[in-house]
Design a protein around this ligand. Structure first.
Ligand SMILES: Cc1cc2nc3c(=O)[nH]c(=O)nc-3n(C[C@H](O)[C@H](O)[C@H](O)COP(=O)(O)OP(=O)(O)OC[C@H]3O[C@@H](n4cnc5c(N)ncnc54)[C@H](O)[C@@H]3O)c2cc1C
Length: 381
């Protein structure tokens, strides 16, 4: 096998950078990890991620799945509704690909804090990884592979002169943790509303995260409402029979964009995670796509070669997956966030077909949970 670079510098210790550093460290690669934030700042984000089967496989390979068990809240049904056409489809575990059945979940919801706690603890215990949080980091050697995992605003991407293409959605998205009544503890809901998609994700013990997309100014205004007013507005958009009890954190509004770097590599550097791409949170694809980048980088490192060869192999391997997920999420948002009379019959038909034909449910669930690239391939056991 061709020799590997002597060291890898990972810039950014968010969920993508931390997992990359750990995965490489576990394979015996010397890694230097840097982030301007402290460990407690890195853990502090109030967000929950929808975790798919592609991420389950990677976390299992890295020996993390078992230790995250108590923090992973499975959802065994996915309730998809289109408010404008009053159509509904229920995905269940029987719609999963055979290799994904028997894992007790269509997907899982994982809170940011336990994820980052485990990643940082494992990184600390790995002798191949040198961590610099909120302190100066030594410069990389001239033959090191440099991995930029520094998020959507990536200063490294800018410094390398890699331009990016982006669509800023008029929609923003608001996240809040709430206690709800009337919703099964193991069911996730994605409701398409004319102002934007609205997701309810189970966090266990009657608590849920809502991810509420709407025009940006409306999101900002909702994030500043009094608790009781916020709960009233939430009650008005929740499906019938589901009622909010309590607000558990401060709702936060985020702008939304579809971002794609023009190249995922330059010289001996690679862009990974949201430094390379970002998509709308509909369908909870974001972090899973970032972690498929980690998988792609591991494969490129395993093939070996100089840092530049690895960077090129990684960059070429990730395009198709990233573009397909970006297009699919963009299409969903555009087609379902309106009341266009010409689109309504098509939307109704699409959801009726999904409801009627299990083969279509299986295909769409497989694209969501394993990524579009795995649609026509046998899944790893
Ligand atoms: C509202 C919302 C809801 C979401 N819901 C989901 C979901 O349900 N499921 C899902 O899969 N995804 C979801 N996502 C997407 C998910 O949050 C992102 O995919 C994920 O945070 C990307 O991780 P990252 O490590 O690539 O980037 P980030 O989390 O942005 O981390 C980047 C890191 O780089 C560091 N950094 C910055 N500058 C530098 C520098 N100069 N040098 C070194 N480091 C630097 C930062 O301090 C930070 O720690 C959601 C996103 C939003 C906005």
């Amino acid at each position: 096998m061709a020799p590997s670079p002597p060291e890898v510098h990972v810039l950014g210790a968010g969920p993508t950078g931390a997992l990359t550093a750990l995965a490489l460290g576990l394979r015996g690669q010397r890694v230097v990890l840097f982030d301007p934030l402290t460990a407690s700042e890195l853990q502090a984000r109030s967000r929950a991620y929808a975790i798919t089967h592609s991420s389950r496989r990677l976390l299992t390979t890295l020996g993390l799945w078992h230790d995250l068990h108590d923090a992973l809240v499975p959802f065994r049904d996915l309730d998809l509704r289109d408010a404008a056409t009053k159509s509904q489809v229920l995905f269940s575990q029987t719609d999963l690909a055979t290799a994904n059945k028997n894992h007790d979940g269509i997907g899982w919801i994982l809170d940011h804090r336990p994820l980052m706690e485990l990643l940082l603890a494992r990184l600390k215990g790995n002798k191949n990884v040198e961590i610099h949080l909120a302190e100066p980091c030594p410069a990389p050697s001239s033959d090191a592979l440099i991995v930029a995992a520094d998020g959507p605003g990536s200063p490294t991407r800018e410094a390398w002169g890699i331009r990016h293409w982006g669509v800023r959605y008029r929609q923003g998205c608001l996240t809040a943790k709430v206690a709800l009544r009337g919703l099964a503890h193991d069911r996730a809901c994605e409701l398409f509303r004319p102002e934007g998609p609205f997701a309810v994700l189970p966090l266990g013990q009657g608590t849920f995260q809502v991810v509420w997309s709407a025009p940006w100014q409306r999101c900002q205004q909702r994030s500043t409402l009094q608790r009781s007013e916020f709960l009233d507005q939430l009650a008005a958009v929740l499906p019938p029979g589901i009622e909010p009890d309590r607000l558990l954190d401060q709702p936060r509004a985020f702008p939304q964009q579809w971002l794609l770097a023009q190249s995922f590599h330059r010289g001996r550097g690679v862009l990974i995670g949201e430094a390379a791409h970002r998509c709308h949170p509909v369908g909870g694809q974001g972090l899973n796509l970032c972690w498929r980048d980690v998988d792609g980088l591991l494969r490129a490192v395993q093939r070996g070669g100089s840092a530049a060869t690895i960077a090129r192999n990684y960059g070429m391997s990730r395009w198709l997956d990233v573009i397909q997920v970006g297009l699919a999420t963009d299409l969903l948002v555009r087609v379902f966030s309106n009341r266009q009379p010409l689109l309504l019959p098509l939307r109704h038909l699409a959801l009726q077909l999904l409801k009627q034909f299990s083969v279509l449910r299986r295909l769409s669930l497989r694209a969501m949970s394993d990524g579009p690239m795995q649609l026509w391939q046998a899944l790893p056991k």
